[in-house]
Design a protein around this ligand. Structure first.
Ligand code: UD1
Length: 420
């Protein structure tokens, strides 16, 4: 398996173009199952996860074409299978989102329960309850969800007990072709949900309220084709912004929506980096001055994203003072802490809180993580550390960061990929 090797201690200077959002792209790919017309996704990130999803869709009979450039075309003229097998689903949780569209299109589906990053239990009970409320009959058999909706799906009023991004998206995907009106309450408001609704509406769906806590969907009979631009990846943008703040230097980020990171910029500024928000770019700089400790807690959007918690913590390991970081979304998302500690960080975890006592410097070490974003935090720490850091299990990074070593290398990072 590949590793990433970083010679730390060099400030970053340059420009990084942000790719399309992984978390949006993989749900947009599932949209193709809802129509026999072609959908074309532009600004498509070229990632392991989008490729996995492409493979799963191809297994179902979808014609999948990558390129030219950051583009993917998907055409589900007819479906040859309504089963999503364990081997294709276990690697990535979001593949589970094909269940609703398959049901909507064909009236039946058999989908393996999902895998993905090891960040807590991550059940799919909310997904299943919503799909049942929309008229499907569901049974579980040997790790598979078997669903049928022989008499068609019908609109329903669904109130979620707590906010779930995946269950919100899955419910939208299931309800667009259902008979009648669906009202989803206490839903997630992430930009990726707005992106999904905009894509579906451009195909003829009638979804209103995406980005707010209540979404209304008036079912339509069919959907047409579409060419859609994937929203920029706010987590990738935030990761590089934090890399610049952590390692120092001056980095310009382009092709992003800085309004999607409204919770991040004030915290980076409080920590002591300079943040310039321009219309089409963001410039992050920090020269020489030390970092200051800032407390942070993760929340559903528009709060601070859990997907940037590890990278924020990497920055705080070098801050002057004590930072308390609280993880409210996932119960087990501190696996990066022991790895950061191996690099010299001083972190104590108690339940959902990490107490980070800043140290003067980190030192390079061999590290690894089993979670995509945690791996990114180790890269950021390695950029700032003295000496050489080897980040193993790059497999996880490749799931969600397009050409991370190239993008950072263009900014002067001494970073390379090593194949074993
Ligand atoms: C998505 C993102 C992930 C991000 C997360 C929270 C994708 C592919 N992944 O994950 O990067 O960290 O949102 O912003 O878009 N839960 C249940 N039952 C359910 C569903 C969720 O208990 O049926 C729990 C989860 O275990 C978790 C919380 O709800 O504790 C939030 O999860 P959710 O918002 O659903 O995250 P994902 O959609 O899995």
């Amino acid at each position: 398996m590949d590793s990433i090797v970083i010679e730390g201690g060099h400030p970053l200077n340059g420009e990084i173009q942000i790719s399309g959002a992984k978390n949006s792209a993989i749900k947009l790919q599932a949209v193709c199952l809802l129509t026999d017309k072609k959908i074309v996704l532009k600004n498509m990130p070229r990632l392991r996860d989008t490729r996995f999803m492409g493979q799963l869709l191809a297994h179902m009979g979808v014609e999948v074409e990558e390129g030219p450039g950051p583009q993917m075309s998907l055409h589900a003229k007819s479906l040859s299978s309504t089963t999503a097998p364990y081997d294709l689903v276990r690697k990535m949780r979001a593949t589970f989102n094909v269940l609703g569209p398959l049901l909507a299109r064909t009236g039946k589906a058999k989908v393996s329960l999902p895998g993905g990053c090891a960040i807590g239990a991550r059940p799919v009970d909310l997904h299943l309850k919503a799909i049942e409320a929309l008229g499907a009959h569901i049974t579980l058999d040997e790790g598979y969800v078997i669903a049928d909706a022989k008499d068609g799906l019908r609109g329903a009023e669904i109130t979620f007990p707590f906010i779930s991004v995946g269950a919100t998206e899955h419910s939208i995907l299931t309800a667009v072709l259902a008979k009648g009106t669906t009202v989803l309450s206490n839903v997630a408001r992430e930009p990726e949900i707005v992106d999904l609704a905009e894509c579906l509406n451009a195909m003829g769906a009638k979804i209103s309220g995406a980005g707010r806590s209540e979404i209304e969907i008036e079912g339509v009979k069919s959907l047409g084709g579409v060419t859609h631009n994937v929203v920029p990846d706010r987590i990738e943008a935030g990761t590089y912004a934090l890399a610049a703040a952590t390692a120092g230097g001056k980095v310009t980020l382009t092709n992003l929506r800085h309004d999607h990171l409204g919770s991040l910029w004030p915290l980076i500024a409080q920590a002591g980096a300079n943040v310039e928000l321009k219309k089409d770019r963001v410039i992050i700089s920090r020269n020489g001055d030390g970092l200051r400790a800032v407390d942070m807690e993760t929340q559903a959007y528009p709060g601070f994203p859990t997907d940037l918690q590890a990278q924020f913590m990497a920055m705080m390991t070098l801050a002057d003072g004590v930072s308390i970081i609280r993880e409210n979304i996932f119960e087990n998302r501190f696996m990066h802490c022991p790895e950061l500690s191996r690099m010299g960080a001083n972190i104590t975890v108690t339940g959902r809180e990490a107490i980070v006592r800043g140290v003067k410097s980190l030192r390079g070490a061999p590290v690894m993580a089993t979670d995509l974003r945690a791996s990114a935090s180790l890269i950021n720490a390695g950029l700032a550390a003295k000496g050489s850091t080897t980040v193993g299990r790059v497999y996880h990074l490749d799931r969600g960061f397009e050409h991370i070593e190239i993008k950072l290398g263009q900014c002067g990072a001494k970073i390379k990929r090593v194949s074993e």
